[in-house]
Design a protein. Structure first.
Lengths: 1014, 217
């Protein structure tokens, strides 16, 4: 494994600059000195101890009374499926976005406490959901918190006052008759809701329905309409591709259906022995997808568009087709030639995918895929995806209709246009002429503030729903808690029924509609009832659908498209992108997602304008400097940050921030004398970048030319990982001058030439500890495949939900007191002189449960000790908070409770896992390998007499991982998956030379290239 | 002997004397609620139900085999019997005899304690659910309460064959339930060690973990 050869890894630009990885840093982020222990408060240490001793003795005497009375109130009639203290699961469908991933809702005592990746009827390992397999992303995991959001609407509202549905319906019935109705919704994948909507629209002739997505794919949909006559999204089958070319498209992180794509991508990267797909990514800023690429080409969006056009021409000439007129024709460089050769070599087995909202680009991409014969192979438009249906032209029609005074009633469902439209102010102004605005938002947002009527939508854990996200897969959502338990909500479908005057019960309606429209006989059921029961039980049914013949690519599609000129305009090109944990403004009120460090920038609580490293240096901008981003009609002030891997002419800004109402997080952290609020006075979390988008040729373009000025002000980012450096002191380094790296990577070229170099392996033949703890119990271990890990951070949130990990707020994260038990370490490598061309490697890091654990030997009170099963146990009730263990941990994975983190929100506390203690102030905590799940499996095994099988125990991180990158099991079992993973020649342990014998190992990342840039 | 030595002896003997007084009295360490006998909202007698009538513990505490909590029975479980059993047999018989003697129909006798069950469920005179009446349930007082940092699973112990009385004592003899064991960590660990040494009721295959993470997580 040579890759470690001379490869230099760095965590951030700062650490690269002064090589401070080796210089001890002050513990406090601002470099201030700690307060002297002998302060002159008039109290000496002795007198304090004396007083404390007496006080303590008094407390002991006072404590000698029976415990406070606690009551226990049993059910009147116990529901059949509920046994107090036992969890039960419902198969359901996530609605955190429109992708339609399967999930299991874990309920305890009547309330949902955890969302898990889908598991089919075939046992705990059956990851067979037709969309998502068995994973769930960070947003899906975190969307549980939205259920217990105490800021949700508790009642429907009429003109800003609490009301009830009968009054609202009566009021609306007269208003609906008054004039034209427009309905504005996000993508609706539910056939029943769509049917209800059609009925409602039919009842009110002349009314119109407009679909708009805040993460629009309108250009891609339009291109397929133009080229094939079908306005659909193809299903991307990454698992079938040998060559993948992504252009400005973060398909592993945020684009359309990331769990589905990541699962397929990981499969495709692991074909037969040694064979792996080749992935090139063309992009302007470092995206999660870009971090996994074998070849990363850094281009501005204008250059990306021209590159696609040129590539289309080159491939057409290669195929002997005369290239369409008007395509840009740049001089091909080495990268472009390499792309062309690879794609041509993998005809029928490649994918070109672009997220650029530009008509020409998307048609050219469809043209390339058609030339290469990918349709029908890697791109499925015969059983297409319906995960995005938005049409950018529609919302512009709506705006002009409103401005012209032609809209009497506007119903806005599942959208917040006054926040995420580029011309939100214009939309708001036009909306003033609308007689009645109805919003179905479940919590106050920018749009609901301007609405006359609010009929709050229940959370997706509170309602029945169905979805067909891709053709042939019917996914059902079932309530895990009743719609009216928490708040008085009513689903959009029920509202439409009430407004259309239809009294059919929702269940009967849904069943009647599905029995007519869904081919349930194809799923081999005798009658619809049995089909329905099976569907509700399993959460999803796959129906082999009839294949519609694929239309031919219409060569006229490429005519009349506009292409940008080769000459760049002055200034910077701003690209609006999405953060993995915050794909849009929809989840801005979710504290878990706000605190989740972005896997690339490692930033929590806010967004920034990311600059190329050289560009930032030229402008003399350092991280946290607030810059003014100017266009001719607006100015946005936002803190700046240098980002390796970014084009120097590009500024990228994440959308989804600056949402109204996020000032609620001002006091999210602990309250103490030096606390700084998470949100500045009269501010919100982050800055809304949506106004920087523009309408161009009827499409929402997320790019535009801007100029930049410094403002002279500065803020501190809440960054994680860029501290606690884990580098080896020289005297512990192996006998050669080369040090082992923390992360290991190699290339297919090096692997083929030299095989695995066992330099990275530690022989471990000297040991002061004797192995005198032999037993026949399991020894738990974990292995993480760095090839499969995309850094998506789903595990981080899953762990947070499962283990009652508190949210600490911006200031505490800034002070390096974040509490996540898993962090996804991100290292850059490559030539520091060329920061555009860096490689990125993600490494999930959690407690390694070392057999020779350094933390255990230093604990003075034995609060952290080893278990018989190889677990490093942390005993909260024994811990006195010396923090010696954290200081002695080479992996820096222990987290200290500096405060009693706030649990004042009683509703939100319902999300706590009752099987896990809520840690109090002064206690150390860390990853436990989800010992509660190990215990639960053992309990079940004892109860049923069935032995625990390999893979049955899945810690929260393993369970949710979309790419199955993490394996957990008993390393003593010869045939277990973990034993096989540990025997892999590419397996390595971090800091193995310290001989701490960690139970966690990694599989070396293999990049599919001979040398860099190939 | 220096004054200092005398002083030390005096302090030490005072402490030992104090400790002896404390040990002989009823004073307990914090968290030790041994002997706790709270008065319950209904004078339910385990002696009568579990002892005299020999109803199995699991009939009411049905979670004990499968869940972490043994569970307090739902009020509907009480009603399984108390739909017909409304008063002690002796009183019913006495009333029947008196009615025969006086040549009238026996009066309906409902014991005031059993009436509390009906009130908890909001039942009317004919024991039908009356939607107008409140159904507040029964607010039992917890007798055995472990601290939040301890995880105890009833199912695991019951399935291993540990008798209920091992921790709860002779409940079938108690009118009002009393905490019989101190339920301290020492109490738990002693039993676990004993099982590992001597087995449980002759079964030597059991392994009772003494790992911290067996109970603390």
């Amino acid at each position: 494994m040579t890759s470690s050869s001379g490869q230099n890894y760095w965590m951030s630009i700062d650490s690269l600059g002064d090589q401070s990885l080796e210089t001890p840093q002050s513990e406090s982020p601002d470099g201030s000195q700690p307060v002297s222990p002998e302060s002159d408060s008039g109290w000496s240490r002795r007198s304090f101890l004396r007083a404390a001793g007496f006080g303590g003795a008094g407390a002991v005497v006072a404590g000698c009374s029976p415990a406070p009375i606690k009551k226990a109130i049993p059910f009147l009639v116990q529901p059949e499926e509920i046994v107090p203290g036992r969890a039960y699961y419902y198969a359901s469908t996530c609605a955190g976005c429109s992708a339609g991933c399967g999930m299991m809702v874990k309920n305890r005592d009547g309330r949902p406490i955890k969302l898990e990746g889908f598991r089919g009827a075939g046992g705990t390992m059956d990851r067979s959901h037709p969309v998502s397999g068995g994973g769930l992303c960070s947003v899906g995991q975190a969307s549980l918190l939205g259920l217990y959001d105490s800021k949700r609407f508790k009642n429907p509202q009429l003109k800003g006052k609490d009301s009830d549905y009968s009054k609202i319906d009566a009021e609306l019935s007269s208003r609906f008759a008054a004039g034209k109705i427009w309905v504005l919704t996000a993508t609706i994948t539910s056939p029943s809701t769509r049917r209800r909507l059609e009925q409602f629209l039919a009842k009110h002739p002349g009314s119109e329905h407009v679909v708009y997505d805040e993460q629009s794919c309108s250009a891609l949909l339009d291109a397929h309409d133009r080229a094939f006559g079908q306005r659909v999204l193809p299903r991307y089958r990454f698992e079938r591709a040998d060559v993948i070319v992504g252009v400005g498209c973060d398909f592993l992180g945020t684009w359309v259906s990331p769990v589905e794509f990541a699962a397929g991508y990981a499969k495709g990267r692991e074909k037969n022995a040694g064979e792996t797909a080749w992935h090139a990514q063309v992009e302007g800023t470092m995206s999660l997808t870009g971090t996994k690429a074998d070849l990363r080409v850094v281009k501005t969006e204008r250059e990306q568009i021209r590159l696609i056009g040129t590539l289309a021409g080159m491939l057409a000439r290669r195929a002997g087709v005369s290239p369409p007129q008007g395509l840009p024709n740049a001089k091909p460089d080495a990268n472009l030639k390499s792309l062309e050769a690879k794609l041509w070599g993998a005809r029928g087995k490649s994918i070109v995918v672009s997220g650029v909202q530009h008509a020409g680009t998307q048609v050219a991409v469809a043209f390339i895929n058609d030339l290469l014969g990918n349709y029908g192979q890697t791109l499925d438009i015969e059983s297409p995806s319906f995960q995005r249906q938005g049409d950018d032209h529609g919302i512009q029609r709506l705006t002009s209709a409103m401005a012209a005074g032609g809209v009497e009633t506007l119903i806005i469902h599942d959208l917040n246009p006054l926040y995420d439209l580029p011309d939100a102010a214009g939309f708001a102004k036009a909306m003033k002429s609308v007689g009645t605005v109805i919003s179905t938002s479940s919590a106050p947002n920018e749009t609901s503030a301007a609405a006359t009527v609010i009929c709050p939508e229940p959370h997706f854990l509170e309602r029945w729903d169905d979805a067909i996200p891709v053709k042939g897969a019917l996914c059902l959502t079932q309530p895990a808690i009743s719609t009216t338990t928490l708040f008085k909500t009513r689903s959009f479908r029920d509202s439409l029924a009430a407004w259309a005057g239809d009294k059919t019960d929702d269940l009967a309606f849904r069943k009647a509609h599905l029995s007519k429209t869904v081919d349930w006989r194809a799923a081999s059921h005798a009658n619809f009832e049995s089909f329905w029961s099976a569907a509700v039980h399993d959460g999803v049914v796959e129906m082999p659908s009839k294949v519609a013949p694929l239309g031919k690519f219409k060569s006229t599609a490429l005519k009349g498209l506009s292409w940008p000129s080769a000459q760049a305009a002055d200034g910077f090109e701003v690209i609006l992108n999405e953060k993995v944990g915050m794909p849009s403004g929809r989840h801005a009120h979710n504290a878990w997602l706000q605190e989740l460090p972005d896997p690339i920038t490692k930033m929590s609580w806010g967004n920034a304008a990311l600059f190329g490293v050289a560009a930032a240096a030229e402008l003399r901008i350092s991280d946290g400097d607030i810059v003014a981003i100017r266009t001719k009609d607006l100015v946005i002030e936002i803190p700046a940050k240098a980002q390796p891997g970014q084009h120097d002419d590009v500024i990228s800004i994440a959308i989804g921030y600056g949402r109204s109402g996020t000032e609620r997080f001002a006091k999210v952290g602990p309250d103490w004398i030096e606390a700084r609020p998470t949100v500045a006075a009269d501010g919100v979390v982050g800055v809304n970048a949506a106004p920087l988008a523009v309408w161009e040729d009827g499409l929402l373009r997320r790019t535009r030319m801007v100029t930049v000025e410094k403002t002279g002000r500065h803020i501190d980012f809440a960054l994680s990982q860029t501290y606690d450096s884990i580098d080896l002191p020289a005297n512990t380094a192996p006998g050669e001058d080369r040090r082992r790296n923390i992360v290991h990577e190699t290339t297919t070229g090096a692997l083929a030439a030299k095989g695995c170099d066992d330099h990275a392996r530690h022989r471990g033949d000297v040991d002061l500890w004797t192995d005198d703890h032999a037993n026949n119990l399991p020894h738990w271990g974990m292995a993480i495949d760095l090839n499969r890990c995309t850094g998506c951070s789903a595990c981080v949130v899953a762990c947070q939900v499962e283990n009652n990990i508190p949210v600490v707020g911006h200031d505490e994260v800034r002070r390096r007191r974040d509490m996540h038990w898993i962090r996804i370490d991100r290292y850059y490598s490559g030539d520091p002189e060329k920061p555009e061309d860096v490689d990125v490697i993600h490494q999930p890091m959690m407690c390694h449960h070392c057999d020779n654990a350094p933390c255990e030997t230093v604990c003075p009170v034995l609060a952290t000790v080893h278990s018989e099963e190889g677990l490093n146990q942390q005993v909260y009730n024994r811990c006195v908070g010396t923090r010696y263990c954290a200081n002695n941990c080479p992996y820096k994975v222990r987290r200290f409770n500096w405060f009693d983190y706030s649990r004042e929100d009683r509703l939100q506390n319902m999300v706590l896992n009752p099987d896990i203690a809520v840690r109090s102030r002064g206690v150390m905590e860390k990853c436990s390998f989800c010992v509660q799940r190990i215990q639960a499996a053992k309990n079940e095994s004892k109860r049923t007499g069935v032995e625990i099988f390999d893979g049955q125990i899945q810690p929260a991180c393993v369970q949710t991982c979309p790419t199955e990158a993490i394996v957990f099991g008993d390393v003593k079992k010869a045939d277990s998956a973990i034993t096989k993973a540990n025997a892999d020649p590419l397996h390595f342990k971090v800091l193995e030379e310290l001989n701490v014998k960690p139970s966690v190992g990694y599989r070396t990342l293999v990049r599919n290239r001979k040398v860099k840039g190939e | 002997m220096t004054r200092r030595t005398v002083w030390i002896i005096f302090v030490v003997s005072c402490m030992m004397g104090g400790a002896a007084i404390l040990a002989s009295s009823n004073v307990r360490l914090p968290g030790n609620d041994i002997g706790y006998v709270p008065e319950q909202p209904i004078a339910f007698s385990h002696r009568l139900h579990a002892g005299e009538l020999a109803i199995s513990c699991l009939y009411c505490h049905s979670g004990a085999e499968q869940s972490r909590h043994a569970g307090i029975p739902a009020v509907s479980v009480c009603m399984n019997c108390h739909l017909t059993v409304k008063a002690p047999m002796a009183e019913v018989k006495a009333e029947a005899a008196a009615a025969t003697a006086e040549g009238r129909d026996p009066r309906r006798i409902v014991s005031p304690e059993i009436q509390k069950i009906y009130d908890a469920m909001g039942l009317d005179k004919d024991l039908k659910r009356d939607p107008k009446r409140p159904a507040p349930g029964i607010s039992w007082i917890k007798v055995h309460d472990l601290p939040d940092f301890v995880y105890f699973n009833h199912g695991r112990h019951v399935n291993a064959g540990v008798d209920c009385t091992a921790c709860h004592g002779p409940v079938a003899t108690m009118d009002r339930v009393r905490q019989e064991s101190n339920l301290s960590m020492g109490f738990c660990v002693n039993c676990h060690r004993d099982v590992n040494e001597n087995g449980l009721a002759g079964d030597h295959s059991l392994h009772a973990s003494t790992d911290c993470a067996g109970c603390h997580y």
